[in-house]
Design a protein around this ligand. Structure first.
Ligand code: SF4
Ligand code: SF4
Length: 409
């Protein structure tokens, strides 16, 4: 072992990989490039080589670690139980510990994740500015002028933005409708109240309608998943500690989460809080749901969020929930197990690969011709919405609970 050693990388866990290659066909970056180094097996080989001192932690290795989507499709495919998500997070943290990444990208990432996403007042202010930008007509003028054409990063970020609704905060307590079956807390998330307030509202609505008292504790922060995936476990732990203070699980049946990335991160903490975390679709299906009164005559294609499918292994519950809605026809979508290219902030950091993966999704959606694409993660909703808008398809994007809420009279 070299003097530097594995540091924050769990070197022992890299040894679980037996190089069988069964994960390769499931890896989006390998599918697109055909490069061994852009595959899970190749990346684990690089991690091990760096930890053993056989390889330098140079620019090529660092770039590969950030070219990975951390989608964890390789974990679902791996017969040896390699915990790839855990490995890539540790490796990214180690890269930062050794200062092997460009200072500018590290600084910008930390600025956005720690000072904006991790700070509710700053995040609220940023979204207030973005709302003004859209509603004042400035966005339209900027787009018409083509001023962002030489700045592809900003142009893509602007193109991703859906119309931002008014912010939506849920009351502290919403009583159960009818006989009370239990009490749950809703993890309201960081960008959800700003960008997807109607999803939080629909989540609370379907829970109360099914007999659960819903508490939305004040003082919640971002769950820390984005920070952990980006190799900043310190910030992730700080945010998690704030949520542990804000959400008291002893009187709760569950902490219900409607964002796949947050749910996967929280469930893997290995603390008592983790044991209470449930994805909303899973919680509702396990509890049993009241039959919806309204018919929705819709063809719905469900797209699996990676961190629900591969991170939480929740696959059937969202589909069962959709099938419980009278009139809904759940149609097949090709490549539903593959990443859409959103992957946290990957679409901003790796726009070219992200676009290629989004284009594959849009082609599949065009083929399936649904009325609605349903998915349970805000990043995926943004990414799919942007792809669908750019392609001019007559398709909307919704969270499964939004459709269920619509079906309750
Ligand atoms: S996490 Fe996704 S992109 Fe990264 S190696 Fe695994 S399958 Fe490939
Ligand atoms: S990660 Fe798993 S599936 Fe992929 S090469 Fe290693 S042992 Fe095989």
């Amino acid at each position: 072992m070299p003097s530097e050693g594995p540091g924050l990388l769990d070197y022992e866990a890299t040894l679980d990989c037996v190089h069988c290659g069964l994960c390769l066909p499931h890896c989006p970056t390998y599918q697109e490039t055909g490069r061994e180094t852009s595959s899970p097996r190749g990346r684990i080989y690089l991690m091990r080589g760096v930890a053993e001192g056989r390889l330098p932690l140079d620019r090529d290795v660092v770039d590969e670690m950030y070219f990975c989507l951390a989608c964890r499709a390789c974990e679902s495919a791996c017969p040896s139980g390699v915990r790839y998500g855990h490995l890539i997070e540790g490796m990214r943290a180690e890269i930062d510990r050794r200062g092997a990444r460009s200072r500018t990208s590290r600084f910008l990432q930390r600025l956005v994740l720690r000072r904006v996403v991790g700070s509710p007042p700053v995040l609220r202010a940023v979204f207030a500015l973005l709302r003004f930008y859209q509603r004042s007509g400035i966005q339209g003028a900027v787009r018409a002028s083509g001023i962002l054409r030489p700045l592809p990063g900003l142009r893509d970020a602007d193109g991703m933005l859906p119309p931002i609704p008014a912010p939506h905060r849920l009351p502290l307590i919403l009583p159960a409708e009818g006989p009370r079956r239990g009490r749950v807390a809703l993890l309201s998330g960081c960008i959800m109240p700003e960008l997807f307030g109607p999803v939080n509202e629909a989540t609370a609505r379907v829970l109360t309608r099914n007999g659960f008292e819903v508490e939305t504790p004040a003082g919640q922060a971002c769950c820390g998943a984005l920070h952990q995936h980006a190799g900043d476990p310190e910030a992730a732990e700080r945010l998690h500690a704030r949520n542990l203070q804000a959400i008291h699980t002893d009187t709760l049946d569950a902490v219900v989460v409607n964002s796949a990335g947050c749910g996967a991160f929280l469930r893997e903490r290995g603390d008592p809080f983790a044991s209470k975390v449930r994805d909303v679709s899973e919680f509702l299906i396990e509890a049993g749901i009241a039959a919806p009164e309204r018919r929705l005559e819709l063809r719905v294609a469900y797209d699996d969020p990676c961190h629900l499918l591969h991170g939480q292994r929740v696959e059937s519950a969202p589909r069962e929930l959709l099938r419980a809605i009278p009139g809904v026809e759940v149609v097949d979508l090709a490549g539903t197990r593959d990443c859409c290219g959103a992957a946290g902030i990957y679409n901003l950091l790796q726009p070219e690969m992200s676009r290629r993966l989004m284009d594959r999704k849009v082609a599949a959606i065009r083929e399936a011709a649904p009325d609605v694409v349903a998915t349970g993660n805000p990043g995926c909703m943004l990414q799919l919405g942007a792809g669908i808008r750019a392609a001019g398809l007559p398709v909307t994007v919704a969270h499964p609970v939004e459709l269920l809420a619509r079906a309750y009279a």
